[in-house]
Write a protein that binds this ligand. Structure first.
Ligand code: UD1
Ligand code: UDP
Length: 382
């Protein structure tokens, strides 16, 4: 082993949330060139939505595998990912693999690293619902990465406890915080002066009440997503002065039903996926967020916003336990009732409840540094 050359982690990412949550880590590594020389590889599981994020964080992947196919299946994507990441590891001969979260990119890359006996650093490790079908297939993907990981970077104490309960060795688990908070703080700092730009893009909002909506979970495809749309249609009618802003995920299984059921409402704004700083502005500007997203469940409480989660189970229980998030599932009536309850509060009441005495369970903005320090300490150069 030689410690004089920089550590060469292969950082593989494929989708929008992985890019948002790995960008601060990559940027932190690039600030320490004598110690660490990351090789950034995009599988291209996402195309436009990934390019949006990488562009914003000024990250150019060293390798772009360009795997996305319109309407790709889990199997076709997994197969392509296994082959392409295998080739990349053969060519690059990195010291370790770094992956984040629970996507197909994460699951397939971790398996390939295992076949190469390459150490795996799993960022955002240990989140569990305990149900393989929810979120589907993400619970499986995250567990696969957990089986082969060498360093488990748990974002919270709860996630670390899940790993220990599964028998993961104490010294291979550390609570690092979630890098999503690093990204959020970096963006908020950088965009402080730009709010006029986003306000100008949404002139209809002015001082109006706004509900921000996202939805893309596979287990909600079909009746779940239809119910969410029907609930939104009902709410748009019940609250004609409230604007519902819905950046629609590019997955055709989402675009189709959402546009079909919600295009006719004047106060429902179906917009393309928002750039990350724009989305942060939208979250900050909103009265309430309705979402099935993982990342948004962490960001909303961090911005002091109430969040209603259109899922039956969550692997991020901290905000629910703190009374900052509520699981509303995909039942039309339940969603309508919960949103109505929230909108009936005065904004002051809603704000006070969500900002006073709040200790962010997801991190303090130092996760990237902790993860990098740990990698340098624990991973041997090959
Ligand atoms: C994926 C992840 C999910 C994550 C989500 C984040 C898996 C199995 N799913 O779901 O965990 O929460 O990303 O958004 O890993 N598409 C585009 N352009 C894009 C992105 C997607 O056109 O930039 C369309 C394509 O038709 C593509 C489809 O969306 O085939 C599905 O993309 P995919 O990554 O397979 O699934 P997501 O639903 O995005
Ligand atoms: N996001 C974004 N633009 C949007 C919607 C979401 O930049 O139009 C960001 C959001 O702030 C969060 C991440 O994307 O950081 C969440 O991604 P997504 O909901 O696609 O995936 P998940 O977190 O559910 O895996």
């Amino acid at each position: 082993m030689t410690t004089s050359s920089p550590l060469r982690p292969l950082i593989v990412l494929g989708t929008r949330p992985e890019a948002i949550k790995l960008a601060p880590l990559i940027r932190h590594c690039l600030e320490r060139p004598t110690e660490i020389a990351p090789i950034v590889c995009s599988t291209g599981q996402h195309r436009e939505m990934l390019a949006q994020v990488l562009g914003y964080f000024e990250i150019t992947p060293d390798i772009d595998l360009q795997l996305m196919q319109p309407g790709q299946t889990l199997t076709s994507l997994s197969a392509a990912c296994l082959t392409a990441v295998d080739q990349t590891i053969r060519q690059q001969r990195p010291d370790c693999l770094v992956v984040q979260g629970d996507t197909t990119t994460v699951m397939a890359s971790s398996m390939v690293a295992f076949y190469h006996r390459l150490p795996v650093v799993h960022v955002e490790a240990g989140l569990r619902t305990g149900d393989l079908m929810a979120p589907w297939p993400e619970e499986f993907n995250r567990r696969v990465a957990g089986i082969v990981a060498t360093l488990h970077c748990a974002p919270t104490e709860g996630a670390a406890a899940c790993l220990r309960a599964e028998g993961v060795a104490e010294d291979s688990v550390r609570v690092t915080g979630n890098t999503v908070i690093d990204a959020l703080l970096w963006t908020a700092e950088r965009e402080r002066a730009a709010t006029q730009r986003w306000a100008a893009k949404y002139p209809f909002l002015e001082n109006a009440s706004m509900v921000l909506v996202t939805g893309h979970r596979r287990e909600n495809f079909g009746s779940g997503l239809q119910n969410i749309c029907d609930a939104l249609g009902q709410l748009a009618t019940d609250f004609p002065d409230t604007h519902f802003v819905y950046p629609v995920h590019l997955n055709p299984n989402v675009q189709g039903p959402v546009r079909e059921r919600l295009s006719q409402f004047d106060n429902v704004h179906l917009v393309p996926p928002a750039d990350y700083p724009e989305f942060v502005w939208l979250m900050d500007r909103s009265r309430l967020i309705l979402t099935d997203s993982g990342g948004v469940q962490e960001e909303a409480p961090s911005l002091g916003k109430p969040v209603l989660v259109t899922r039956e189970k969550t692997e991020r229980p901290e905000a629910v336990e703190a009374g900052l998030a509520e699981l509303v599932g995909t039942d039309r009536r339940r969603i309508v009732d919960s949103v109505t309850r929230q909108l009936s509060k005065t904004p002051q009441t809603a704000d006070a409840r969500h900002t006073q005495g709040f200790e962010n369970p997801y991190g303090d903005g130092q996760a990237s540094k902790r993860i990098t320090d740990w990698m340098l300490e624990a991973i041997e150069r090959r």
